[in-house]
Structure formats: C-alpha cells, structure tokens
Write a protein that binds this ligand. Structure first.
Ligand SMILES: Nc1nc2c(c(=O)[nH]1)N[C@H]1C(S)=C(S)[C@@H](COP(=O)(O)OP(=O)(O)OC[C@H]3O[C@@H](n4cnc5c(=O)[nH]c(N)nc54)[C@H](O)[C@@H]3O)O[C@H]1N2
Ligand SMILES: Nc1nc2c(c(=O)[nH]1)N[C@H]1C(S)=C(S)[C@@H](COP(=O)(O)OP(=O)(O)OC[C@H]3O[C@@H](n4cnc5c(=O)[nH]c(N)nc54)[C@H](O)[C@@H]3O)O[C@H]1N2
Ligand code: SF4
Ligand SMILES: [Mo]
Length: 881
C-alpha cells in the first residue's frame, strides 16, 4: 500500500452543517482520513469546527450496512431493486398516486435529490415527497416567498463581517454554525465597535460575544420585531423612496403599532436599547435559525424580521440584510430541486400551470401532480391511516426526529411496505424497514451541495464505496428504469444529472425566477470534476452576488411585500398538568441522531448523555437535584433525562437536546414528548414550545460502566457512548437486582467464569466490579444509590490496563482528574482549565490556549472556555453546579 502521504489530497465539502466548509481529505491508510480545512474555500478559509475536524474518525466500516436486506435477510441488488419497483408499481396501479410517498433529506446531494423529485413527481405522478427540511427551513421558505416572491437568500457570509450590528435570532451560532461564529468573533475582535445582539429565551454559548442578550419569552419574536418596526417608523429610520420598492408598508406599520411588546416579557429599557441600536445602525445583518423557523408562527416570525429590513432598505447591500442560516449541508440544494411537497424543481411552483407544463415537457414525463403533496406531519399521518401504502425514506431518521415520534415510529412499523436507504442498519427507522438499501456515505459520494449563502460546492469521493453500497442517485435511477422509464433515468454519473438540472434552471430563469444556473448546462465531465465553489445564479444575465440591492423583487408587481402581523398566543397552552415549556435543540459536538458523530470518541467526550436544563426554582419545587434523573411527560410521550440545574433557562422553561435515540439512550428520544403542532403557513413543526410536566425519576440505583465490547443494557435508563478503546455507559434502575455480579456479566455479555475483582459495601449501597482478561481491564461497573461519582475519563483511560486501579474509581493524588472534556481537539478537561485559572497561569482565552492548547485548533470550544473563565473569576450560583 502506498504511504498515506503519497495519496492525493481530495478537495471536498464538510458533511454536516449549512456553513458548507471546504475540506481537504486524504486516506490515512488505516481506514480513516486525515482532514483539514480548505484554505481556498470561501466559506471557511481553512477553518473547521470540532465536528468537521473529526470527520476522518467517522468513516470506518464498523456498523455500516454493506448489502441490501429484505425482511431482515441479505438480498442481492437485483432482488431489492426489483421488489421496490414492483411494490411501487402495484401500489400506484391499485390505489393511485396518493398511496405512495417519499420522505427525503437535506443531507442528500443535489443530484440525489433531483432524481428523487423527478421520479416521484414527474413519473409516479405523486407530489407526496417531503423532506426533513420541512422540520428545518420550511418557515423561511414560506417567509421568503411571501416577502420576495421567491425563496431567495439575499446576502452573503461576508455581510456578517461587514456589518456594524449583527442580530442573532433563535440561533446558537457558536454550536450550530461554529465556523460562521468564528468569522463573526474574529470580525468583532478586529472591529470592537461592532455590536452583537442575541435574541434567545435561553443563555447559550453564543451569548459569549453578545453585547446584549434579550432572553425573550418563548415564541414572542413577532411582538419584539413588531415593536422594532413601529419604533423604526417613529425614529424616522424608514428608507427614502421605500414605497417604490415595497408594498404593504402602511398596513404592516399599523399592525406593528397595535401589537403589544409586553408579550416579550422584556423590560422597556432592554427593548428600547435594542430598538435604538437597530434604528441607528445602517449596516445590520439579522441572522435567524430554528428559534424562528420551528414555531407555530414560524413564517410570521420570518416576515416580522424581513419587514424591518425592507422598511429600512437594509437588504442586499454590503453588510446589510436578513440571513437565514441553513441547517443541513444541502438544505439549500433541496429547496433548489423542489424537494418540498409544494414545490417544483428550480424554484418553480407546483401550482403554476405554466411552470408545470414546462417541467413536464422538459422531463418528457407522463404527467405532473397539480396539487401539493402531503407535508411531513401529514405524510406520516397518512402512513398511519393506511392511505400511504408504499413509503421510501432516504437519508433521514424520522422515527427519532419527527415530533410525536413514538406515533411516527408506530405508523412506519405498520406501513404495508417501507424502504429505507441509509449507511447503517442501526437506526430507529432502519429497524422498521421491509427493504433496507445500503447507501454510500459522505466520503464515498460525488456531487454538489449548496450552502447558506448560495455557494455551490463539490463533494468528492475520497474512499471507494464499501461492500455493495451504492449512491443514492444511482439507486433511485435504477428503480426508475425498472419501473419502465428507461430513458428518463438513464444516468451514468452525477455530472449528467447536474447538467440536466442546470438546463432546467434556464427555463426557470426565462420565467424570471432567481434560481438560474444555466451557465453550467454544458459543463463537461472534466469541468464538473474541477468545479470551484460558485455562488448562484450562474447565468448570462446574472452571476453570484447579492439580490435585491437594486430594489427588484420576484413578485408580480416587482415590489417586495411587507406583511401585517400580530403576535399570537402560544399554540400549546400550559395547563396545571403540563405547566412547563420544553425547548429543544443541539449540542456542540453531535450531529442529529448521532449515526456519524457518535462514532468519534472525542466528540462523545464533550457531552456523553442526554440532559434536561431546568431552572433552580423549578428543580427545587420538584425535589430535583443536579445529576439525578428526571422524567418529562407530555400528552404524547415521555423521556428520562439527566438533570442539569442552571439559570441558563428561564423559570418555567426547560431545554433538552435532540440527539439521543434507541441506539444511544432509548428514553432520551425527546421527540417522543414533542407535540406535533405546525405553523399553518409552512407546515413546519414547532419543536421549541411543548407543554410538559417534570418529575423525579426516583432511581433506586445509578450505575456507570466502561467496557471494551459494546454493552447491551437492560435497564429502565441507559445512555451508551463510544470512547477510546470501548464504551462508556450510564445506567439507572427502579429496583436493584438480587445479584449485582451476575447483572454486570449480563450487561457486558461475559461468561460466568470471567475473572473479576469486586467490592460490595451494603452499608453504603455501593457495588463495584472490574472484569479482566490476562491481567487487563475489559469492563467495570460502578453502582450506588446516588448518582455515581467516579472520574469517568480516567476510567475510560484504564481500559486494557490494571483492573485493580479501576476499583477506586478515581485517579491517585499524583494524577489529577481532567474532568469532562471542553476542547475535543486537544483533549483538555474542565478541571485542567480551572487549575490553570486558579494557579493564575492563565486569565484569558488566549493565555489558556498558550498554556494548555485548549481552543487553539478548531476553536469551537472558545465560547465555553470564556464562560468557564467568567464563572471562575466572578463567582455565581452556577459555579456551584
Ligand atoms: N452541533 C450541531 N450543529 C448543527 C446541527 C447539529 O445537529 N449539531 N444541526 C444543523 C441543523 S440541521 C440545523 S437546522 C441547525 C440549527 O441551528 P440553531 O437554530 O442555531 O439550533 P437549535 O439549537 O435548534 O436552536 C437555536 C436556538 O433557538 C432558541 N429558541 C427556542 N425558542 C425560541 C424562540 O421562541 N425565539 C427565539 N428567538 N429563540 C428560540 C433555542 O433556545 C436555541 O438556542 O444546526 C445545524 N448545525
Ligand atoms: N425536537 C426537535 N426535533 C427536531 C429538531 C429540533 O430542533 N427539535 N430539528 C429538526 C431538524 S432542523 C432536522 S434537520 C432534523 C434532522 O433529523 P434527521 O434527518 O432524522 O437526522 P439525521 O441523524 O441527520 O438523519 C440522517 C440519516 O441519514 C443517514 N445518512 C447519512 N448520510 C447518508 C447518505 O449519504 N445517504 C443515505 N441514504 N443516508 C445517509 C444517517 O445515517 C442517518 O440515519 O431533525 C428535526 N427534528
Ligand atoms: S462549521 Fe463545522 S460542521 Fe459546519 S460545515 Fe464547517 S466544519 Fe462542517
Ligand atoms: Mo435542520
């Protein structure tokens, strides 16, 4: 084998978030990849966050699905494609186009996505294709279309750096778009007069660079921005000549004035300070994300923000404009190909007969549906009711990520015929499939993605497809051909699909739409191979750049629309049985349902378990102490989570992460609890405001385990994470087993004769056992009647080492416990950082970096280091946590 360094470096794009960072990747010769940021990519200029830096550690083949499966048994591709084609054909013939559905994903490449959309809308004649972007970007799409006439992102990333004021609304940029956050932080460091405002009910890591944090009442953004709009009018900040570019101004102002900003729960002083700052700053960028989109009034929230930019004319000019940051790597590409049930390819409209006719002609298709298909929540309701009898789920895990997830899981399980295309059979959704198709993953795929600022980048294969895995576009095209549409789906490579999509976009361009990349319609295969990151449009009439600075919009009148909006009361009312509001979201180092990030031990070190952030007053009222377990209930389902008592959340509100699943922590599936309430305009679920109850879980025992082999816990609560050399598992139960030693052997799958050292102290309700083979620690379990206090990272480090050392659960005095990892790249724990601060060696984020290395690689942990520093130097109640 050639030495790793002799292999060519491949220029590709990160698999995760919508920042769309350029990545340089090279096989490391050990099954992984050496990965670094691409200095030439305009999104990241060489930077990567913790998840991007760890990409190379997630591509191993353990747990990969390597061949098709039918009914749980291995099958050939020929059988699998034949069965899928037959069942879809028969279902269509017998029950019509309404009886089939696709549920796809913003993590598919544009080429995959285009073929899926063409197959179901163009040839099966059904619009029942929706995507996880419905849970993610649908409110922005609806808001953009209402205001601009199209789904256009006006500005670019550079605007963040050029702005004098950046307002982050419902965005935890530090954790969710870390490289953009770093760009913003660097811009602010270079120009300290720049102002950053964070609008989020919760105090997040992003608040670290904020000059102002407005912890508004959940869901009250419309009232806040209506208040701003009224104030902008009062202060004379309305743009001159605005009425030649915008319609609906008077009505919007009248509604804004009639609204009551008291709904935000913010003090008049805080509101005034923000409004005044906004009014007085020309160069304002408002970044928004899921705190805006995932709301029962998400579309109104989007338009409330757009109203303020339209009124002031601060849009489409350098350093100004609204900027929706997209979640998934190809959320934008999905919008371009018309992945949503109510769209056609290239931003054309399914309900527009002219658009439909043009697309049908271009595809030479038998006929297109004339009405929008079912949106995600309704799609799974139709699966539940039996209306949808053949369902294909590609590149998404709805049994975990949909609201009311237990109900969705049951609906999929009961569907007549379910196909799932994934990288692994170990997902909650894949476990329900009749046919399981092995897809190639990020490192093996070739195609394009579009990031939040309309930049199209190539993903390029670095590794060969493993086993029999195939590309998603190829699988879809084979099914299309097998169903009889051999010319329409005769694709040999992604470049062909890309050219076809580009040619179709030329038609959209001729209709006067924004998405036109017809300049690529004749791109050669070699040109596609070399394609550099390019911001659309790419057409004779227009190249890249910003939209709307010229005052021309895509509405029939050519003017932008301001909307008259009113803050509505919360859709889900609190009631005595469900008195608390549950907010959900992301953590820094995990990606969604963890099928990839959780494979990298260093990404599991930051937070290894699902948790519930609860205010001290609410915790005290329920007798919940830190590190105990709490049960969260809603009318839909329940979850059990680790209690994290913190003033980061407001009284009466809770926060829980979305990442844990049946594979990693079965009772941590928070979407089981989340209400399936949707925005009436966009159909996007409100994932941030369910009414819930919280009570102690009352564990009789708590456990912590480390093991070389993957444990199979059988406990009412468990959370399992890969660590260096094995697994670390948290456990808890309501009843202690009679024999701990045998329970431990069952947990680890060990024979009765496995050698063990153990300590049992019934007086202190304590049990510890360390199993070993040939003198090396292979597994250990620590049990207590209160949350287990052992040095977890230290124990992980002992796997393969001296079992006797493990029993104490703590390192010796000469080996300080580094504590939970803060810097995932350089493996620096919180105690190490605190030690450096206490010793006076390091008193700034920079000097901590110099002393310990922490925060000096990807920089994703710098906000947390700053927070640790702030807490350590100004004691607060939280320091006691
Ligand atoms: N580490 C990591 N990064 C990711 C992802 C991941 O899984 N992990 N996923 C990617 C994807 S697909 C997406 S969509 C993005 C999401 O990126 P973000 O939208 O930044 O992430 P969230 O944590 O879902 O929610 C953002 C914030 O909205 C706040 N919020 C809740 N309710 C309200 C409200 O009523 N008003 C306001 N103003 N704020 C509110 C929450 O407290 C939360 O801090 O992240 C992307 N990046
Ligand atoms: N309560 C709550 N729920 C939420 C959210 C929230 O904030 N709160 N956020 C919502 C949002 S914004 C999003 S985007 C969704 C995300 O939710 P999902 O899309 O369900 O989550 P992922 O884990 O990203 O699922 C992707 C799946 O595709 C597989 N996969 C990866 N690459 C490929 C590939 O190339 N081909 C194929 N065929 N499969 C592949 C992965 O193994 C994984 O199983 O969750 C939504 N759900
Ligand atoms: S910010 Fe991180 S996760 Fe997002 S694209 Fe860049 S490296 Fe990937
Ligand atoms: Mo998302």
């Amino acid at each position: 084998m050639a030495p790793a360094t002799a292999r060519p470096e491949v220029r590709t794009t990160c698999a995760y978030c919508g920042v769309g960072c350029g990545v340089l990747a090279r096989p490391d010769g050990r099954g992984g990849l050496a990965v670094s940021g691409d200095p030439a990519h305009p999104a990241n200029l060489g930077r990567l966050c913790s998840k991007g830096s760890a990409l190379g550690e997630t591509v191993g083949l353990e747990d990969r699905l390597l061949h098709p499966m039918i009914g749980g048994a291995r099958a050939s591709w020929d059988e699998a494609i034949g069965l899928v084609a037959d069942r879809f054909r028969a279902t269509l013939a017998e029950h019509g186009p309404g009886s089939v559905g696709f549920y796809v994903s913003g993590q598919m490449l544009t080429e995959d996505y285009y073929v899926a959309n063409k197959l179901i809308k163009g040839f099966m004649g059904s619009a029942n294709i929706d995507t996880n972007s419905r849970l993610c970007m649908a409110s922005t799409v609806a808001g953009h279309k209402r205001a601009f006439g199209t789904d256009t992102v006006p500005g670019t990333y550079e605007d963040l750096e050029l702005a004098d004021l950046v307002v982050l609304v419902g965005s935890n940029l530090a954790w969710c778009h870390p490289v953009l956050y770093q760009r913003l932080a660097a811009a602010k460091a270079a120009r300290p007069e720049m102002r950053v405002v964070v609008i989020d009910p919760r105090r997040t890591a992003t608040c670290d660079i904020a000059d102002m944090h407005l912890a508004l009442a959940p869901g009250s953004d419309v009232a806040l921005f209506n208040g701003l709009l009224a104030r902008l009018a009062d202060l004379g900040a309305v743009a001159e000549g605005m009425d030649t570019r915008v319609e609906g101004f008077e009505e919007a102002i009248a509604s804004a004035r009639a609204d009551d900003p008291a709904a935000t729960g913010l003090s008049p002083q805080d509101l005034e300070a923000f409004w005044f700052l906004f009014a007085g700053t020309e160069k304002v960028v408002t970044v928004f994300s899921q705190g805006v989109n995932q709301s029962a009034r998400g579309s109104d929230k989007v338009n409330a923000i757009l109203n303020c930019h339209l009124a002031t004319g601060r849009i489409g000019r350098p350093g100004m404009g609204p900027l929706s940051v997209t979640g998934q790597p190809n959320a934008m590409g999905g919008r371009e190909v018309g992945g949503l049930a109510n769209m056609l390819a290239c931003h054309m409209d399914l309900e527009n007969a002219t658009h439909r006719a043009a697309v049908q002609e271009f595809w030479q298709s038998p006929g297109l549906p004339t009405k929008p298909g079912l949106k995600a929540v309704d799609l799974f309701r139709a699966v539940e009711s039996g209306q949808i009898k053949a369902l294909w789920i590609i590149c998404t895990n709805p049994a975990v990520s949909m609201p009311d997830a237990d109900r969705v899981r049951a609906a999929i399980a009961a569907c007549d015929f379910t196909v799932v295309s994934d990288l692994t059979a170990r997902t909650d959704t894949a476990r329900l499939a009749d046919v399981l198709l092995p897809a190639t993953g990020w490192a093996e795929k070739d195609g394009t993605v579009t990031n939040s600022d309309r930049t199209i980048s190539r993903q390029r294969a670095v590794l060969p497809p493993p086993g029999e895995a195939r590309h998603d576009w190829d699988i879809l095209a084979r099914v299309g051909r097998r169903m009889g549409w051999s010319i329409a789906f005769d694709y040999q490579c992604p470049a062909e699909i890309f050219r076809e999509h580009a040619a179709l976009s030329g038609i959209a361009g001729r209709f006067g739409l924004d998405f036109d990349i017809s300049g690529f319609a004749d791109l050669s295969d070699a040109g596609y191979e070399r394609l550099q990151p390019t911001r659309w449009p790419v057409a004779a009439a227009r190249q890249g750049g910003r939209f709307f600075g010229d005052g021309a919009y895509f509405t029939p009148s050519g003017k932008a629309r301001m909307l008259a909006l009113t803050q509505q009361p919360p859709e889900t009312r609190l009631e005595p049985r469900y008195p608390l509001r549950l907010n959900t979201g992301r953590v820094r180092d995990q990606w969604h349902t963890m099928t990839r990030t959780a494979r990298a031990p260093r990404l599991n070190r930051h937070i290894a378990e699902p948790f519930l952030e609860i205010h001290p007053a609410d915790a005290a009222a329920r007798g919940l102490a830190p590190a105990e377990l709490a049960r969260v209930d809603s009318p839909h389902g329940s979850a059990v989570l680790r209690v994290l008592v913190t003033e980061r959340v407001q009284p009466g509100t809770l926060f829980a992460p979305i990442h844990w699943t049946g594979e990693t922590a079965p009772t941590g599936r928070i979407d089981a609890v989340v209400a399936p309430v949707v925005d009436p305009v966009s159909g996007q679920p409100d994932s941030k405001a369910s009414a819930v109850a919280v009570a102690p879980f009352n564990a009789a025992w708590y456990g912590f385990a480390v093991s070389v082999a993957r444990p199979e816990p059988n406990a009412p609560y468990w959370a399992r994470a890969a660590c260096d050399g094995g697994w670390r598992t948290e456990l808890a139960g309501l009843e202690a087993p009679d024999d701990w030693a045998s329970a431990a052997r069952d947990l680890f799958g060990l024979e009765p004769e496995a050698e063990a050292l153990s300590v049992q102290d019934p007086a202190r309700d304590l049990f510890r056992v360390a199993f070993h083979r040939e003198g090396q620690l292979i597994a250990a379990l620590f049990v207590a009647s209160t949350p287990v206090a052992v040095a977890r990272d230290h124990l992980v480090g002992l796997l393969g080492g001296d079992p006797a050392l493990a029993l104490s659960g703590r390192p010796g005095a000469d080996q300080p416990d580094p504590g939970p990892v803060i810097c995932a790249c350089l493996n620096v724990g919180v105690n190490t950082i605190l030690g450096a601060i206490e010793s006076g060696r390091a008193l700034s984020v920079e000097t901590i970096g110099e002393a310990l290395g922490a925060g000096t690689n990807c920089g994703s942990c710098r906000p947390e280091i700053a927070a640790i520093l702030a807490r350590a130097t100004t004691p607060t109640r939280e320091a006691a946590e």
